[in-house]
Ligand binder design. Structure first.
Ligand code: SAM
Length: 154
């Protein structure tokens, strides 16, 4: 299981997600450009002390991310989390090697990225509200995916 963040805007959200990833043993793909300095040095300076415990792969663009994903045999599925999706995340059967892709805080993902996803999922929320915070959406989705695939750390 991997978390992929598409052009994240807010450093604090990425910090919280990296900490979640470290604690749950899940790797992170950071797809650039980010809206902040996402280098190891900057993340350390911001107080992210779990950095050594999480595998982070940085991709300069979505095209570079896709090339890396497609180089695997077989390529892992790309599962997009979107407020516009029809399928609820709790109704989806996750696989252990899925990549869970999350959009940027300000704008989600463009259609060109959406069209490449193998599945699109929505976390149900109360009527009339826009969306969850990105870090909360990641935690809820990874929690469900690891529960289904029995992937939580022992
Ligand atoms: C703050 S939301 C961005 C909302 C953005 N304005 C949009 O229309 O997509 C950031 C990301 O968190 C995830 N997210 C937030 N709430 C979600 C929900 N209820 N269902 C699925 N994904 C959600 C999505 O990946 C989304 O792109």
């Amino acid at each position: 299981m991997r978390i992929a963040l598409y052009q994240p805007d807010i450093a604090q959200n990425t910090g919280a997600i990296l900490r979640t990833a470290a604690c749950l043993g899940v790797a992170v793909d950071l797809i650039g450009p980010a809206g902040f300095d996402a280098s190891d040095r900057a993340l350390r300076r911001a107080g992210l002390d779990y950095l050594d415990r999480v595998e982070i792969i940085r991709h300069v663009s979505f095209t570079a991310f896709q090339a890396a994903r497609r180089a695997a045999a077989p390529p892992p599925r790309l599962v997009l989390l979107s407020t516009h999706a029809a399928v609820r995340h709790v109704d989806f059967a996750f696989c252990p090697d899925d990549i869970l892709l999350f959009g940027r805080e300000s704008a989600g993902v463009p259609d060109s990225v959406r069209q490449t996803a193998d599945a699109q999922l929505r976390i149900p929320i109360a009527a009339g509200l826009r969306s969850l915070n990105l870090a909360a959406a990641v935690a809820l989705t990874v929690g469900e995916a690891l529960r289904q695939t029995r992937g939580f750390p022992a």
